[in-house]
Design a protein around this ligand. Structure first.
Ligand SMILES: Nc1ncnc2c1ncn2[C@@H]1O[C@H](COP(=O)(O)OP(=O)(O)OP(=O)(O)O)[C@@H](O)[C@H]1O
Ligand SMILES: [Mg+2]
Length: 245
């Protein structure tokens, strides 16, 4: 059962083309103050598309999935659990061990999500939060879709630097493989702290040969040659990490 809540708004965190993100709070039935994220959509169709994903994920919980607390259809608002932490775009990584651990969590998260037939389609550091308790949480399902149910993938979406080249070429795409490309570029960012840009991706910054092999496969402009996520995870788990950058 989803409880109805009427949260208090504390401060605006961000604003994009589709929604405003507001930090707020409400009091639960035990009168405990619970911080939440209010995602307020400008359009009803975007609200419903993302609502479908969160509703689906409530039935398929995974540690890396954000929990939807409630929603308000009249206001086009989704209420999400607040994750105390930083998105990976603003986070300063402490050391290689932490990076290795975050990459592993991201692999597990997307292997799970893809096994449900769910494609994220906008994977990038800003859409992954690293909580203060050391857990990664994937957010922002505004452009996500399913392979067998609504919302289906229709428009080409993504973020420069992370969007797969075959999508930019407007070829018929396998959205799973396009996600793999974006995850690979997110790993490149985690390892090198450099934002990938189409003209300037310096793979020499990755010192570990096996890690380099994984990332080259994930970000291969030809999607057909890619390793699967499960193969990538197997190789990754066998790497004896000493120096990843
Ligand atoms: N549940 C949450 N807990 C903590 N912070 C969050 C949460 N959801 C979102 N944020 C913060 O707000 C930012 C924007 O959220 P989100 O990506 O969902 O919105 P958006 O409007 O789709 O943004 P964009 O289109 O720019 O990616 C995130 O990068 C993150 O820093
Ligand atoms: Mg986002």
């Amino acid at each position: 059962m989803i409880e109805t809540i009427d949260p208090h708004r504390d401060k605006e965190i961000s604003r994009s083309g589709q929604a405003v993100i507001i930090l707020g709070h409400y009091y639960n039935s035990d009168h405990i103050k619970i911080p939440i994220i209010i995602k307020k959509f400008y359009s009803t169709s975007h609200f419903f598309d993302e609502l479908m994903i969160y509703a689906f994920m409530r039935k398929n919980p995974h540690i890396s999935m954000i929990n939807m607390i409630s929603f308000n259809q009249e206001k086009n608002e989704i209420y999400l659990e607040y994750i105390d932490g930083h998105n990976l775009g603003e986070y300063s990584f402490n050391n290689s061990n932490e990076k290795v651990n975050i990459i592993k969590q991201i692999l597990n998260s997307f292997i799970f999500m893809h096994s449900l037939g769910l494609y994220h389609r906008d994977i990038k550091p800003e859409n992954i939060i690293f909580s203060k308790t050391g857990v990664i949480k994937v957010i922002d399902f505004a452009t996500s879709c399913f392979n067998t149910r609504k919302p289906f993938c229709i428009q080409t979406v993504g973020t420069p630097g992370f969007i797969a080249p075959e999508l930019l070429r407007e070829e018929k795409s396998d959205y799973l493989l396009s996600d793999v490309y974006s995850i690979g570029m997110t790993f490149y960012y985690i390892i090198t702290s450099e934002y990938p840009s189409e003209e300037d991706i310096d793979y020499n910054l990755i010192k570990d040969d096996m890690l380099l092999k994984i990332i080259l496969s994930m970000t291969d402009p030809d999607p057909r040659g890619k390793l699967t996520m499960v193969q990538i995870k197997d190789i990754y788990e066998d790497i004896d990490f000493k120096e990843i950058k």
